[in-house]
Design a protein around this ligand. Sequence first.
Ligand code: D41
Length: 671
Amino acid sequence: MTIPVAELNRAAELREQINLHNYRYYVLDDPQVPDSEYDRLMRELQTLESKYPTLITPESPTQRVGAQPLEGFGEVHHRVPMLSLDNAFSDQEMIEFDRRVRDRLGTEGLVHYMAEPKLDGLAISLRYEKGVLVQAATRGDGSQGEDVTQNVRTIASVPLLLMGNDWPDLLEVRGEIYMPLAGFNQLNMLAQANGDKGFANPRNAAAGSLRQLDSRITAQRPLAMYCYGFGEIAGGPLAETQSDSIQRLANWGLRISPEMRVVEGVEGCLDYYRQIGERRAALDYDIDGVVFKVDSLKQQQSLGFVSRAPRWAIAQKFPAQEEMTRLLAIDIQVGRTGALTPVARLEPVSVAGVTVTNATLHNEDEIKRKDIRVGDTVIIRRAGDVIPQVVRSIPTQRPLDAEPFQMPDHCPECDSDVIRDESEAVARCSGGLFCPAQRREAIKHFAARRAMDIEGLGDKLVDQLVTQDLIRTPADLYQLELTVLEKLERMGMKSAENLLKALEKSKQTTFGRFLFALGIREVGETTANSLANYYGSLDAIMQADAEALQQVPDVGPIVAEHVVTFFRQPHNLEVIQALLDSGISWAPIDVPDAASQTLSGKTFVITGTLSVPREEIKQRLVMRGAKVTGSVSKKTDYLVAGEEAGSKRTKAEGLGITILDETQLDALLDE
Ligand code: D41
């Protein structure tokens, strides 16, 4: 069947447009058109292709949905081997690496390195012939891998056709296929909803998805790829440096990491390592370190490689974050609100350089779900500076007599009944302030830095004071006397005096801090401040009912109920009275009247250099009921722009948002 020229041209045009939109969306993460427009173009192309099947080529954007299942994967020989990476586990080892590089190069000058995150995924080689993706292979042992072309073709950020026309006729690109964390979490949530276990981590999920014989399954998985290296290239290297070569890949529509940088010398490497380490948790993918590559290809060549790893590259790994140890016991901790939290007592183990002896187990359901038992060998994870977690147990190493965990039905501290609301995951001690644990935790909370900020009143000291029955409520703190304090363990005359001074000093506080310190359930710092600013006085809050309380920003029905309940307890009112009697006070709060809220409901963004500090402008806007946010979006009503306002101004202009200079802002504030 001959195809009319008009439709032939239209098909070509559609492919070009779709490829471009694909690139904008998946590679640059900056879409140009709404999804509906993209879908419309795709449908039009599909219609044309089904009318004229000879129009279909393998690189058509319609051909990404997956193909017939395979019997098995073919083998691929890597003519240019896929090398492995040497590891460095410390700054010292990095210094030694840089020393070796400079010795071999015979230079004392600073070496330029290309730095990039080390993704925890799977290494892949893509082969483009005349700009068309013809093969994708796993690394395998470095010289022999598996042919996973059908699967890789379904990954949207892998171009089926390179952009431009200055690519070499043969181009092999190496990179890492991985699963973004957002996609991983979604996939696992879906799996769990279907009663499946899901994947243990994003790396396994990526590997499992890529090893599917049925590429239609792979097509459903949120995989992505970053390119970082080269295999065979017709006509030799693409440029003189690693960084320029990578830039050329980017120009052809291949996806490269936005974190890639050229750094100078080993100091530059170590800085980069630290910076990425700090941002690690904010990235949408798992990384296990940073890779450094000598930037000059000439230098790379003169360094060469040993066995299977180049001498010109190294991976500086982050310290391991998971370790195995034994679960010695499960203790129950009683919190300020009576919540019982199971805590794992562990055989001490060093995780990422920190000795861990305790880890959180969250709640009863979690322990049951993971089937964790005392005596088990367990895997502990420490992520950043959060509390270590028990990831899972290893059932094959379980002692025969290990029994399933059971939440106690009486409080381990005060023997009161434990109750668990059907709708809640937490079990609670019903003892209230009869329970010494709840009293202890309430007082610790009261004294905390973000609450009354009583310096020198640490957890251990509170434990002693409560255990010896020297205090029962936060108000008792202000009745403590020197003669009593100085006799306490690890207390001397001097620290006892300092504590009394700190107590005295804490009496001058803010209303928000005081409210927070009371420890009303679900009332955190922000809510406490909202309540303080909205009502201005304790009496006003105490008189408000649940309905009125919900008028306060970020107070919902649950918080409102907790506030009302708290102030209904005679015991709490007594404690508050005693606290006020002991001299606690705060600066009065001006409650703005409704008439001054001229900018209520309006959202502002402030940018550029202004003649007064930004905080001051923010304050003035907030006093008028406005909200001030950090970034421009459709929800922004006004952009206040000073000198040298950059991208925010451009974005605001694009969105048609009203832009104010300082004079216009003053006028608006004076209205
Ligand atoms: O992100 C990675 N996992 C990564 C792996 C990376 N950013 N760069 C890499 N560079 C290389 C060389 C220097 C050999 C081209 C690598 C790997 N190799 C690699 N991945 C798996 C084995 C080797």
